[in-house]
Design a protein. Structure first.
Length: 259
């Protein structure tokens, strides 16, 4: 029961993590304009992985996608790649995990196959969570670097050079989603151990004798008198054994018996 519960909980937690990664990748609020020094602004700008948006004070919002790939920074493209790889691995892990659930029977699938599928999906979820966390952290590092560079320029009297951007809500969604996918993958790996059958865990080794097994049958004991002739010294088929007396000795015919 605990194995099934751990497996189902890992599947649900990983599903939330993969869904959160998809939502974070599609959001446009990866970076938002810092309004610390601008109390009254007519335009508010925020950017995502796929487009940049501008919202006016009247409520009108205009978004413009990035029409070029070569003009974007290399780290920005790396963040895109990490998020996409994490989403693909997470979706594949969900499909594998559905067929690996212990509460679902598909044909004559053995528990060993389900254990292997559970371990595979758990590894996929762990890698997907690491990709999401790494991508979001790289983007956050870019924001921190640009923020302090903009702050230094402002202190030097160049206030109108560029706007400062800070963390958007998509970053926090991505961090939480990556953590959920990572925890769900660990739970799936732990559930894999409980799905392995007992006979495959401890394999007994049987030892067989190299030679043929010979069985010996004991017959009734026959005591001899010590006066019997050796069977090897017996003559042919016409040989007749002499009769025995009462004391067990053989009596041979004398010359008087032929008279």
């Amino acid at each position: 029961m605990s194995t099934t519960l751990c497996q189902v909980m890992g599947f649900l937690v990983s599903s939330l993590g993969v869904g959160g990664s998809i939502m974070a990748t599609a959001m446009d609020t990866w970076s938002t304009q810092d309004l610390y020094d601008n109390v009254v602004t007519a335009v508010f700008q925020y950017q995502g992985l796929w487009r940049s948006c501008m919202r006016q004070s009247s409520g009108f919002t205009e978004c413009r996608p990035y029409f070029t790939i070569l003009g974007l920074p290399a780290m920005f493209q790396a963040v895109r790649a990490l998020m996409i790889v994490g989403i693909v691995l997470g979706i594949l892990g969900l499909f594998v995990c559905i067929f690996a659930l212990k509460c679902i029977r598909i044909g004559s699938m053995e528990d060993t196959a389900k254990a292997n599928m559970t371990l595979t999906s758990g590894i996929m979820f762990i890698v997907a969570g690491l990709c999401a966390i790494t991508g979001v952290s790289v983007f956050a590092n870019m924001l921190v670097t640009n923020f302090w560079m903009s702050t230094t320029s402002m202190f030097q009297g160049m206030q109108n050079i560029q706007n400062r951007y800070t963390f958007g809500s998509a970053l926090f969604v991505g961090w939480v989603a990556g953590g959920l996918a990572l925890v769900g993958g660990i739970m799936m790996c732990l559930a894999c151990k409980g799905l392995i059958p007992e006979e495959s865990r401890y394999k007994a080794v049987s030892y067989n004798a190299s030679g043929r097994n010979i069985s010996y049958r004991t017959g009734p004991y026959k005591a001899g008198s010590g006066y019997e002739a050796d069977p090897k010294t017996r003559k042919g088929a016409g040989y007749e054994e002499a009769p025995r007396s009462e004391d067990g000795r053989r009596s041979y015919p004398s010359k008087y018996d032929y008279v």
